[in-house]
Design a protein around this ligand. Structure first.
Ligand SMILES: [Zn+2]
Length: 139
């Protein structure tokens, strides 16, 4: 596995995304929900990969929820960078490529995706299938 590192701007949240896929081959998704539109989010996940989110000061990790409230959108409360989203009892995640150090390596043309019509069940099923394992560590 190759480990891609990243994090928020001030360094409170750090990311390690492990994947066997070449970043130039990973589908880049431009979610069209109202939150992601405002951030211009571009997200990736490898269902066979893994994300580790390391947090320095938990007080400065904001977990934003909206809509069906089935996911936590992780934002640094200090520097404002949106780094990843986490959902589900089994904790699956996507990572935001603008938060990665090698963001340019994720070079595929973003695919607009719109999940507004999904039910809660459809949304949870899609995330189980397409998102990746995640661990949050505190250091
Ligand atoms: Zn920060």
């Amino acid at each position: 596995m190759t480990e891609h590192t990243g994090g928020c701007h001030c360094g409170n949240i750090r990311l390690r995304f492990s994947t066997e896929l070449d970043p130039s081959q990973i589908e880049v998704r431009a979610c069209q929900c109202s939150f992601c539109i405002k951030h211009g989010s571009r997200a990736v996940a490898d269902p066979d990969g893994r994300l580790i989110v390391s947090v320095g000061d938990i007080e400065r990790l904001r977990k934003y929820r909206f809509g069906l409230r089935t996911a936590d959108y992780l934002i640094c409360a200090d520097c404002g960078v949106y780094v990843a989203a986490i959902a589900g009892d089994d904790a699956k995640a996507i990572v935001i490529i603008s938060a990665m150090d090698d963001q340019k390596a994720f070079s595929r043309e973003p695919v607009p995706v719109d999940f507004d019509g999904e039910s809660r069940e459809q949304r949870e099923a899609r995330r189980r299938l397409r998102w990746m394992r995640v661990e949050i560590s505190f250091d």
